[in-house]
Design a protein around this ligand. Structure first.
Ligand code: NAP
Length: 273
């Protein structure tokens, strides 16, 4: 597993996304992933599976420090009154004393950004999290958060072969903030793309593996694909034994001009850059 070295930390470039992994299936998949070598797990208050993730972590028997654990605070908990108690509740569900990374999941129209970011900083000061970051923040909001004094580790945003994040990435790079790509395989749609499939054929890989490789081969980018199928966990992790050539990286990057977001009605507001 390759790691991203950033802000004095080493983060596994590939994590397991866990949206919709709930109940006994959630525990089984996360446990299998850890058993198989995944060392980075991404959850959130909104996924309603922090308890399952915590249980899988415990069941795995792996030392806590071997797993990079991220959770996220949902917009309804961003106020001064609710933020820290909600994080304490997350930690209790996860059965850990702190997470490695705590993110604001989405900005909220109800709570001033500065207020939410101040609470995020407080969570780190209280040692609820070793590192902090944001998610779904367009460039201007990243600038505001940095201006409030947040030392951001990452901005987790939708990023895949059909969606450019070029201008946001430039802003993140200027602040030394990494980008975590969510929805990286567009729910499997990359397996039908002729450009990606042609490259995949050359390496004897699937379209999904090539899309994931394209992401983690970029500077300061990590990614968190999700699967509910144990047999796919290995495929999604098996991306560290080949390297895309510069020309192939560019061919896939050219596809991002499509600017195609995957619209999921369950997710919060879309913010334009
Ligand atoms: N911060 C945010 O606002 C935000 C928003 C969305 C997502 N996320 C995070 O990012 C993670 C990933 O995003 P996502 O779940 O939306 O999308 P995704 O990872 O791009 O796609 C997941 C889908 O792809 C399928 N899949 C997985 N591996 C596959 C493979 N090897 N071949 C074919 N199909 C495959 C899965 O189906 P099966 O289950 O049947 O394998 C699942 O339906 C989430 O779980 C969550 O942790 C964060």
């Amino acid at each position: 597993m390759e790691s991203l070295k950033i802000k004095g930390q080493s983060i596994p470039k590939l994590g397991l996304g866990t949206y919709r992994l709930t109940g006994s299936q959630g525990i089984a998949v996360v446990e299998a992933a850890i058993e198989m070598g995944y060392t980075h797990i991404d959850t959130a208050q909104m996924y309603e599976n922090e308890k399952e993730v915590g249980t899988a972590l415990k069941n795995s028997g792996k030392p806590r420090e071997n797993i990079w654990l991220t959770t996220k605070v949902w917009p309804s908990n961003l106020s001064r009154e609710k933020f820290l108690p909600s994080v304490e509740e997350s930690l209790a569900k996860l059965q850990v004393s702190k997470v490695d990374l705590l993110l604001i999941h989405w900005p909220s129209k109800e709570v001033r950004l500065e207020e939410a970011v101040e609470q995020l900083i407080k969570a780190k000061e209280k040692s609820f999290a070793d590192n902090i970051g944001v998610s779904n923040f367009p460039s201007e909001m990243v600038r505001t958060a940095v201006g409030v004094g947040a030392d951001l580790m990452t901005n987790q945003v939708e990023y895949h072969p059909y969606l450019s994040q070029h201008s946001l990435k430039q802003v993140l790079d200027s602040f030394g903030i990494s980008l975590t790509a969510y929805r990286p395989i567009v729910k499997g749609q990359v397996n039908e793309d002729p450009v990606i499939l042609k490259i995949a054929e050359k390496y004897g890989k699937s379209g999904v593996q090539v899309a994931l490789r394209w992401l983690i081969q970029q500077e300061a980018v990590m990614t968190i694909p999700m699967t509910s199928k144990i047999h796919r966990l290995k495929e999604n992790m098996d991306i560290f034994d080949f390297q895309l050539e510069a020309e192939e990286m560019n061919l896939i990057s050219d596809l991002t001009a499509a600017k195609r977001r995957f619209i999921d009605p369950d997710w919060g507001p879309e913010w334009d850059e």
